[in-house]
Design a protein around this ligand. Structure first.
Ligand code: FNR
Length: 185
């Protein structure tokens, strides 16, 4: 079984990249392959129907679509921008949605976020849910939002708070179980 981990922030020192690395490490403890991508390698122009009509889909869109189609489940780890979905993630999703079947169709997804704020980016995850559900993803009801993320990691990239760490492991356990049931079908 293969799980794709998609950090939805581009910047080098991103807290969401950090959380995505930790999630990848934890997923690696299960008997599965983990593919942690670098979103910078999937840069796409702003969605423009004329680009699609004249040049087709960007190569980065088809490459990301293949990654998603090939996986048995995906984890999206993204910041919240202005209570919503960050532009680069929404733009990528809009390009991906031009493909049939949707690359996310029938995939089990787990949503996660990190933010220096007290809410941890949870509102962005609520905002992305209907879009990914519309595109056929089976999203886990639980999501992991890491609040105070600037202080949450130790120097090794682990969570300082043991209870939070256990909570994340339990959520990932449920996600892996769900993804493996779908993968068997
Ligand atoms: C933010 N940030 C933010 N944080 C939050 O909790 N709620 C919000 O609505 C927003 N809005 C927002 C908009 C924009 C344009 C930026 C650049 C930032 C702060 C954000 O959570 C913080 O910068 C994170 O560190 C961004 O994630 P990465 O890049 O560290 O993964």
């Amino acid at each position: 079984m293969e799980i794709l981990v998609w950090p939805g922030s581009l910047r080098e020192q991103s807290l969401n990249r950090k959380l995505a690395s930790l999630i990848s490490q934890k997923l690696g403890e299960f008997d599965l392959e983990v593919d942690l991508i670098d979103f910078r390698e999937y840069s796409m122009p702003l969605f423009d129907g004329d680009i699609q009509n004249t040049s087709g889909l960007p190569e980065t869109t088809t490459r990301l679509a293949k990654k998603i189609s090939d996986c048995d489940g995906f984890v999206l780890v993204m910041p919240e921008y202005n209570y919503g979905v960050p532009g680069p993630v929404k733009n990528a999703i809009d390009w991906l949605s031009r493909i049939r079947p949707y690359p996310t169709s029938g995939k089990v997804g787990f949503l996660s976020s990190a933010s220096p704020s007290l809410v941890g980016g949870a509102r962005g995850l609520i905002a992305v849910r209907p879009t990914l559900s519309f595109m056929g993803a089976w999203l886990m009801p639980d999501a992991f939002s890491l609040a105070n993320a600037s202080q949450a990691f130790d120097s090794e990239g682990s969570l300082r708070d043991g209870e939070l760490d256990d909570m994340l492991r339990e959520m990932l356990n449920k996600f892996v179980n769900a993804a493996s049931k779908f993968a068997d079908q």
